[in-house]
Design a protein around this ligand. Structure first.
Ligand code: MG
Length: 111
């Protein structure tokens, strides 16, 4: 099965943005984040309406597209490199070291 890393996906999304002529300068950064929220809303709406899991999942992939687009645009406009694969693993390890249900004080069953 074909697979790709977050870093490869980021490069593919940035290629798509360039080829399709989507906004691609520093002034577009905030709208990339806004569209990520919009796509998350589309996923919630699809879920609410009982759409099949492929539809819901595809909307969630749209969220990831905008997140990776944002990060790639930050790299381009700030002349820095952001290793998304490394960041993911570092954050995963950090979270694994935290206590059970860290950060969740409410919505726990009462004892
Ligand atoms: Mg969508």
């Amino acid at each position: 099965m074909e697979t790709c890393t977050f870093n490869e996906a980021k490069r593919l999304v940035r290629q798509l943005v360039a080829e399709k002529g989507f906004p691609n300068d520093e002034s577009a950064l905030s709208q990339k984040l806004l569209w990520a929220f919009v796509e998350l809303g589309e996923a919630a709406d699809a879920y609410k309406k009982g759409e099949n899991w492929n539809v819901v999942s595809e909307e969630l992939i749209d969220v990831i597209f905008y997140i990776l687009d944002f990060i790639g645009l930050v790299e381009k406009t700030q002349s820095i490199e952001i290793n998304v694969d490394r960041l993911f693993l570092e954050k995963w390890r950090k979270n694994m070291k935290r206590p059970k249900r860290y950060g969740q004080r409410r919505d726990l069953p009462r004892k």
